[in-house]
Write a protein that binds this ligand. Sequence first.
Ligand SMILES: NC(=O)c1ccc[n+]([C@@H]2O[C@H](COP(=O)([O-])OP(=O)(O)OC[C@H]3O[C@@H](n4cnc5c(N)ncnc54)[C@H](OP(=O)(O)O)[C@@H]3O)[C@@H](O)[C@H]2O)c1
Length: 308
Amino acid sequence: MVATSCVLKRRIYDIQDGCQHAYGSLRRWRLAIAFEGTAPRTTQHPGTALVTGASSGIGAIYADRLARRGYGLILVARNRARLDTLAARISNETGRSVEIVTADLGQGADVRRVADILKMDRSITMLVNNAGVGATAPALQSDIDEMEAMIGLNVTALTRLTYAALPGFVARGAGTIVNISSIAAVGPEILNGVYGGTKAFVLALTQSLHKELADTGVTVQAVLPGATATEFWDVAGTPVDHLPAAIVMKATEMVDAALAGLVRGELVTIPSLPDVADWIAYEGARQALMPNLSHARPAARYAGVPVA
Ligand SMILES: NC(=O)c1ccc[n+]([C@@H]2O[C@H](COP(=O)([O-])OP(=O)(O)OC[C@H]3O[C@@H](n4cnc5c(N)ncnc54)[C@H](OP(=O)(O)O)[C@@H]3O)[C@@H](O)[C@H]2O)c1
């Protein structure tokens, strides 16, 4: 593969409804992908992607990769200077249209402004709900106002933007929502518990939407990154160089794997997980609980235990 790195390769993915993959349903897609830093080539314009938290880290890489795959962009974050620099570079390198929206998604009025764009702009075919903050401190060392602000950004804003995009996507029979969760969604003991809780919400919402939106033509994906080398860790309170290098992925590799998971039709993508069978077993165990989670009588083990 490395030997071909100077050669422009175009690959066309033509994925039919009902293709068998480990999980997730697939819609018919045609994506022509140009590699190796050359000008992008596409067979058709895939529309516009709105990426939140695009001023740095994972969001900035999504913006770059989606532009190279032919998307126009609407980039959302607070830091105008960074957005300007990124937009100029991407626009110069790809020729795509790049629009900037400065918004603090922790503020209701700003979230509604971005939501209005998602409702009104029919060219938008993809929403990447990426903006988010984390924390590494345990509950007793955490500030409750910061926890509430994290819920506001990671949960409330993401939910409002999702709800803004969905009706149009369903009406048009097409659209993709990528929700950036975290491995903390399934490992809430790893970092701050409120952070894990917000990311578990993102995973659960995405799983529920996947079921509700079957046969609408709308695709949803939850991405569960492990530790990724971004400024996230400075904001969260533990610099990334304090982590063992063996567990930290480059943001470029994380996003490329997540996009590969999307092309493969995955509902849940865990870029680090070596064996997808482990996730399938985990999901299988969850599904096996379903028939027994609600009964008219308590389970036998609770009978006869003195409680009063
Ligand atoms: N890095 C990791 O190890 C890791 C692992 C799992 C999941 N994640 C998730 O990945 C996502 C992206 O994080 P990252 O690693 O790329 O970190 P990052 O480099 O710190 O990027 C966070 C992005 O969110 C934006 N943002 C923060 N607060 C905002 C607000 N109030 N309103 C609007 N935008 C806001 C930031 O832009 P401005 O400051 O310009 O607003 C920035 O563009 C987050 O949801 C995070 O939870 C990260």
